[in-house]
Design a protein around this ligand. Structure first.
Ligand code: KG4
Ligand code: ZN
Length: 327
């Protein structure tokens, strides 16, 4: 029975996970506090995590009908993320682990996004993963559940960041992704947007697309709805183009789509239907964006690692794809 904490950005979340199932996954979203600033304010995020983490812990225990004495392990996101925000979750997890005398498992937030799919699907390897969130846009190869190899990264903006910036251009609030998707529902794909120049095969680029969206808005030739629909569909095409390139190179048993951007229905369905790989899995909507359930699922996988038995506990704001504390 794993108790998991996630406080890497602007969601305070605590979950209980057992045998690959999320028994509870409670969350306090700080969005309304950050909205007026147009983005996440790190200091405010840390303060709000500290204010809410124990209430969310109580809710997670109550909704799973679990007592603290039932917990066998405590998992916590240790990076990548905002340092002050991460430290709140780490402190809470560390304190409880000492109090209960149970092992602490430091979890990479990016692994959490990937293992979110485990709640509903059996993961198959070798897998290819596309992770698209507010901070990352990556294609990753996983020969097995314990190896994460970069195939493709972004050379400028992350995909979710591009959504957030386009939302701002369209006078929509923060976070932009859901609002662009909502506006796009009443639009048509009429705006000609360029596919980014392909600088390198292993790089995404979203900055040219953003500039093209700005020009389309300034030209006043298109409705805001059409701009939103066209931008969203172009992002789906960009992700699909790169994924297909790698899928053709190598045999993969499964494609795992994960991260906040895959909460977008158009992008989910375009990638599920247009690629030459049959087995495509996407976590349910609420497991695409940040939550502690996914951290508990990743921790469960860490516990089955054939070689690594101990992970060094620390805070790793700049963590890449590797296991925390293991080279
Ligand atoms: O995974 P996530 O919750 O947090 C990070 O680890 O970054 O992703 C948040 C990002 C934001 O940039 C947000 O605009 C984007 O995911 N996002 C969406 C949608 N929902 C969230 N982008 C497009 N369509 C959505 N429906
Ligand atoms: Zn995330």
């Amino acid at each position: 029975m794993i108790l998991a904490f996630e406080t890497s950005c602007d969601e305070t979340s605590v979950a209980i996970v057992k045998d690959g199932q999320i028994l509870s996954n409670e969350l306090y979203s700080q969005i309304r506090h950050h909205r007026k600033f147009g983005g996440v304010v790190p200091e405010l995020a840390s303060r709000l995590h500290a204010e809410y983490v124990d209430q969310i812990l109580d809710r997670a225990l109550a909704s799973a009908s679990v007592n603290l004495s039932d917990i066998s392990h405590i998992a916590v996101t240790v990076g990548p993320g905002l340092e002050g925000a991460l430290l709140v979750g780490i402190t809470a997890a560390n304190t409880l682990a000492q109090f209960l005398n149970v092992p602490l498992i430091p979890v990479n937030h990016l692994h959490g996004h990937i293992f979110a799919a485990k709640d509903e699907f059996k993961l198959r390897f070798p897998a290819i993963v596309c992770l698209a969130s507010g901070g990352h846009t990556m294609i990753i190869e996983m020969p097995d559940p314990y190896q994460f190899k970069f195939l493709c990264n972004t050379m400028d903006d992350a995909c979710g960041e591009a959504f957030d910036k386009v939302a701002r251009m369209l006078d929509l609030g923060y976070p932009g992704g859901p609002q662009v998707e909502q506006l796009a529902k009443s639009g048509a794909i009429t705006v000609p947007l360029p596919h980014p120049v392909k600088p390198k095969k292993n790089m995404f680029s979203f900055s040219g697309l953003k500039t093209a969206v700005l020009s389309a808005i300034n030209s006043q030739n298109y409705t805001r709805e059409d701009v939103a629909a066209s931008f969203q569909f172009k992002v789906a095409e960009i992700l699909a183009y790169k994924l297909e390139f790698f899928i053709k190179q190598h045999h993969y048993e499964q494609l795992i789509l994960c991260g906040g951007v895959f909460a977008n229905q158009t992008i989910r369905s375009h990638l599920s239907n247009s690629l030459s790989i049959e087995n495509v899995v996407v976590p349910s909507l609420k497991l695409c964006t940040d939550n502690a359930g996914m951290i508990g699922l990743a921790a469960e996988s860490y516990l089955q690692h054939p070689k690594i038995q101990q992970f060094k506990m620390s805070c790793y704001p700049q963590l890449g794809l590797n296991f925390p504390g293991v080279k």
